[in-house]
Each structure stands twice: as structure tokens, then as C-alpha cells.
Design a protein. Structure first.
Ligand code: IMP
Length: 405
């Protein structure tokens, strides 16, 4: 059996998954997304050229790799169209290598309105992309799916019912403008070309790929602590960001996932509201934000920064059965005189172990033995605490600034 690898975030998202997926997808036949939507933002830098992907799997940048958006993803067709156009401008080809599950739930403009008005009351700090309301409709068994574009008459009725339902909520609960269901239907039909070109029965092609021994990379979005079940509820996203999400979001049993790479920054960040026990409000936090360029790839919002929380990391490694740890953005710590990691909690407050900073440049180092001794001590402590080897360490944003052990 070919080796199939899952890559997922172990924190609150933005761990640098895009770069690692991009690195590994060169030697992988297929890359699949299984959850989330265009709330994600994966930044990849190749030869100084930056590409930000929100929906399309990061494998698209390698021309021999096929890409699939699985049924677990909520799909905004306008965002997908824009992303395809941008990539085509960079001479990326899509024919016979890009597929979207017919069972994807579609995000409608009324989902976006609901997301924004709800967040004003609920203060989760969502990305405002309609993700939560779209997943609500999926679970409520009233969602519009990608396959519905194939039956316009039926679609029209479904849109009338769903947008009618959204309008009642918008008007009565939130005193907000409503949406015209005919306009929503017409807008959806403008994406008929996407349906004709890319819509597939993903269960069927997954079955074929697995049985033909293709190697598959499953690309997670967001992170474990944002998981709807295992995250810091209610300050979470609305999908299963953890390993279990692969099986439901693509229709692949767990025995076909052989390697699980969990990604963590060398420190911690979070966008939006919610608990963050190791958050820093001092100069160290500001230094991490500046050096790490900690602004959301999707919304541009500044990310909250803090020390690495090994208690949470250990739990995330367990939840996902992580086999390999990947530590990213080590170089961001280069100028820190002192580095802390949380190793316990007492009355809800983090207890830290302190390390001396290495105060030397690690950016671009590709060989573990060339790291400063103090950086090695830091990495080795993390490995011992969480009982998992750090087999990949990222020392900069570019493809080649990576240590593989
Ligand atoms: P939603 O996914 O837009 O509903 O947002 C719910 C929470 O997840 C908010 O705190 C967002 O900031 C966070 N979130 C969603 N997507 C990402 C991501 O890709 N990176 C980091 N945080 C995210």
C-alpha cells in the first residue's frame, strides 16, 4: 500500500501547514482537503513569489499532483472561481488534475450575512466567510450541495426554501436586510462551468485512487484547538479539524492513513476570541508578532501571540495519533533573550519552564546539527515532553528553508 499522510495543525491554526504540504506534495500523487472552507489561508513562497490559497489544496503548485476538495469542505463558488483564475494567471493548469466533490455544501450570500450579524452578538471573532451557518444547514439537512447545480429546476426550489429560511432569521432575529432568492439562484447558475468541469463523485475516485496505490496527502485546515468537538468550544470553527475529519470529510477509513504529521509553531498564535492561557501582552509578544509577521492570511487581522503550551500540544498529539511532529517558525525566536514553555497549570495559570535564547540566526538552516546548541536543547525538551519526534523543523518561509531529520 502506498504511504498516505495526514498533515494537520496542533494549535489554533496558522501553524504553517501550507508550506509543509507544498514541500511534501512534490512526491505525492494526490492532495485532498477534507474540512473547512475559504476561512483557511495557506501561504506558500516559491522563489520569492508568494501564493495564498484558501480553498484549493496546496498541491496545485506541483503540476504532476492531482487535487481534490472533499465532501467535508464548505464551498464558496465565487471564492473558488477567483482562486482558479489567479492560479491560471500563474500558468497553473487545472485540466484532469483538479476535482471537487459533488457532495460539498455550498456557501450562499445569506450564510455570509448570517455569519456577520450572529458574530456581532456572539463575539467568536469568525472570519465572516459564512462557514458556521453553512455547516449548520448541512447538519440540519437543508443545505444546497454542489451536485444540485446539475438540476436547475430542483435547485431553484431548494434555494427559495433555504433563502426564505435565512431571511426569516435575518429579519426577525437580527433586524437585517434580506436576500432575493432568485438573485441567489441566478448567481449560483453563473458557476455552472465550475460544476461541469470539476464536479465529481469523490467517493468513487477516492476508492479508485486508494485501490490503485496512489500516494495521498490529506491537508488539514485550521487547527486541533479550533475543532468543533475537541477545541476551545464555543470559540472554535464549525468543522472537524482533527484526524477523524479525514474519514468523514473524504470517505476514507482510518486504516488508509499511515502517517500523521502534526504541525506546531515554536510558539503559539490565535486569531479571534477565546481562551489563550500563554498569551503575551508585553514586548516579547510584540516581538513575536513583528518577527513572525503574525497577521491572518484570510482576514489580515493581527494574531494574538504567546509562548508554546506543551500541555495543550501533548493533548493535541494524542487526539490526532500524531506520528511525526513538525515545528515551524523556529527562526522567529532568534532574537529572544529568554524563551518560555508552559509545562503545567496551577489554578488555571500556566507554569513555565524557561530557556536561554540562542540569539543567533537560525533562518535558512537545513541541517539539525548546524542549529545553535540552545535551539537544539529547546527542540529536544519539546520532543521529550510530548513524547514525539520533531522530524521536520521549518527555519523560514521558503520551500528550502527546512530541516528534515
Ligand atoms: P470561522 O471558521 O470563520 O467560523 O471562525 C471561527 C474561529 O476560527 C475564529 O476564531 C477564527 O478566527 C478561527 N479561524 C477560522 N479559520 C482559521 C484559520 O485558517 N486560521 C486561524 N484561525 C481560523
Amino acid at each position: 500500500m502506498a504511504e498516505n499522510t495526514l498533515i494537520l495543525g496542533l494549535q489554533w491554526g496558522d501553524e504553517g501547514k501550507g508550506k509543509i504540504v507544498d514541500n511534501l506534495s512534490e512526491s505525492t500523487d494526490i492532495v485532498c482537503r477534507f474540512q473547512g472552507g475559504h476561512n483557511a489561508g495557506h501561504t506558500i513562497k516559491v522563489n520569492g513569489d508568494k501564493t495564498v490559497l484558501h480553498l484549493i489544496p496546496s498541491g496545485i503548485l506541483h503540476q504532476n499532483t492531482k487535487c481534490l476538495i472533499g465532501n467535508g469542505v464548505v464551498l464558496a463558488l465565487d471564492a473558488l472561481q477567483k482562486e482558479i483564475e489567479n492560479l491560471k494567471e500563474k500558468k497553473i493548469s487545472f485540466s484532469n488534475r483538479f476535482f471537487v466533490s459533488s457532495a460539498c455544501t455550498l456557501i450562499l450570500p445569506s450564510h455570509i450575512s448570517l455569519d456577520k450579524v450572529k458574530d456581532k452578538k456572539e463575539s467568536i471573532g469568525t472570519t465572516g466567510r459564512g462557514i458556521g451557518p453553512a455547516y449548520e444547514d448541512k447538519i440540519g439537512r437543508r443545505a444546497i450541495r454542489f451536485c444540485d447545480l446539475g438540476q436547475p429546476e430542483i435547485l431553484k426550489k431548494k434555494v427559495q426554501t433555504l433563502v426564505g429560511y435565512h431571511n426569516k432569521l435575518l429579519e426577525n432575529l437580527y433586524d437585517h436586510d434580506t436576500h432575493d432568492s432568485d438573485a441567489v439562484f441566478n448567481e449560483l447558475m453563473e458557476f455552472k462551468d465550475l460544476y461541469e468541469e470539476y464536479c465529481v463523485d469523490s467517493q468513487e475516485i477516492m476508492f479508485e485512487w486508494i485501490n490503485n496505490d496512489f500516494s495521498i496527502l490529506f491537508e488539514g485546515a485550521q487547527g486541533t484547538l479550533l475543532d468543533i468537538d475537541h477545541g476551545t468550544y464555543p470559540y472554535v470553527t464549525s468543522s472537524s479539524t482533527t484526524a477523524g475529519g479525514v474519514s468523514t470529510g473524504l470517505g476514507v477509513g482510518p486504516k488508509f492513513i499511515n502517517k500523521i504529521i502534526g504541525i506546531s509553531k515554536a510558539y503559539t498564535t490565535r486569531v479571534g476570541e477565546g481562551p489563550f492561557p500563554t498569551e503575551l501582552f508585553d514586548e516579547s509578544g510584540a516581538l513575536l508578532a513583528k518577527k513572525g509577521n503574525e497577521f491572518g492570511a484570510t482576514t489580515g487581522r493581527p494574531r494574538r501571540c504567546g509562548w508554546l503550551d506543551l500541555v495543550l500540544l501533548k493533548k493535541a498529539i494524542f487526539i490526532n495519533s500524531v506520528t511525526d511532529l513538525c515545528i515551524t517558525k523556529l527562526d522567529v525566536l532568534d532574537e529572544m533573550e529568554e524563551i518560555n514553555v508552559c509545562i503545567n497549570y496551577e489554578n488555571g495559570s500556566p507554569i513555565y519552564k524557561s530557556f536561554e535564547g540562542w540569539l543567533t540566526k537560525t533562518e535558512g538552516i537545513t541541517d539539525f546539527s548546524k542549529l545553535p546548541e540552545k535551539a537544539k536543547i529547546y527542540i529536544q525538551f519539546i520532543e521529550q515532553f510530548v513524547k514525539c519526534n520533531a522530524s521536520i523543523i521549518s527555519t523560514g518561509p521558503s520551500r528550502n528553508q527546512t530541516i528534515i531529520r
